[in-house]
Design a protein around this ligand. Structure first.
Ligand code: ADP
Ligand code: ADP
Length: 228
């Protein structure tokens, strides 16, 4: 079960000369799909990285379920993140890329890890790519591997940082459907950053609008659309 509670979250860079996120409060329910929109530089990526544990918060707290994860390392959090540039290890095969996170964050046996990777690969339709290296893959295939790498960890929370922005329009539509299918099949809680308003409106159960590091609005697409 993975609700997310964010209280008074703040992030400063460069000794406080840059305030990337300020006074952020969020209550996200278990299984919700939240989209986050706002202009470039408004703090979307910084917020995700703090949720992932890839960036420490300057102030505030983050709970996932009942657990205070504010000071927990990324690998000990019940989250997995999909990056815009896929962030695959170029010298590892698809199998190794997917297995790596499991090695780092679980004590599963090699057989158990292999089974999990196979299962996730099947779910993403990439069984036939497991021996390939990332530079042999198309953009869409890389994004499938990046999703598969998240699935193997069986996290309660998926974090997406503009995952489709490097894909062409047709592939974006396909992958959007795939992400929605995963959301339904896995019942995870998802936070999805995008600069695409239409994507935010159609994919999100609720939309969070950030502006200049602060929460400007949060609500269902209809509410946000009717009261801009
Ligand atoms: P978004 O994802 O909405 O484009 P970011 O979270 O990347 O916004 O950035 C928010 C603000 O923090 C911006 O002003 C950006 O320049 C600044 N920022 C982000 N990362 C760093 C960093 N590592 N060092 C200094 N400033 C940063
Ligand atoms: P380091 O901790 O050596 O600085 P990184 O900054 O690359 O390494 O990553 C920090 C942590 O984030 C690592 O322990 C890694 O397990 C974890 N991590 C890497 N990719 C993801 C991901 N997609 N989702 C969640 N955690 C990740």
């Amino acid at each position: 079960m993975a609700s997310i509670t964010v209280r008074n979250l703040r992030k400063e860079y460069d000794q406080g000369t840059v305030v990337a996120v300020e006074g952020l409060d969020l209550n996200i329910q278990d299984g919700e799909f939240i989209t986050v929109v706002g202009p470039s530089g408004c703090g979307k990526t910084t917020t995700l990285r703090m949720l992932a544990g890839l960036e420490p918060a300057t102030e505030g707290t983050i709970h996932i379920g009942d657990e205070d994860v504010t000071d927990l390392h990324a690998k000990n959090r019940d989250v997995a993140m999909v990056f815009q540039n896929y962030a695959l290890y170029p010298h590892k095969t698809v199998f190794e890329n997917m297995e790596f996170g499991l090695r780092m964050s679980t004590d599963l046996s090699p057989e158990e890890r292999r089974d999990r990777v196979r299962e996730a690969a099947e779910m993403m339709g990439i069984e036939n790519l497991l021996g390939d290296k990332p530079d042999q893959l198309s953009g869409g295939q890389k994004q499938r591997v990046a999703l598969g790498r998240c699935i193997v960890r069986e996290p309660g929370v998926f974090l997406f940082d503009e995952p489709l922005s490097n894909l062409d329009a047709k592939l974006r539509t396909t992958m959007r459907t795939e992400i929605q299918r995963l959301q339904e099949e896995l019942g995870v809680t998802s936070i999805y950053v995008t600069h695409d308003q239409e994507e935010a409106m159609t994919m999100g159960d609720r939309i969070v609008i950030l502006n200049d590091g602060e929460l400007q609005q949060v609500g269902q697409p209809k509410e946000v659309y009717e009261n801009p």
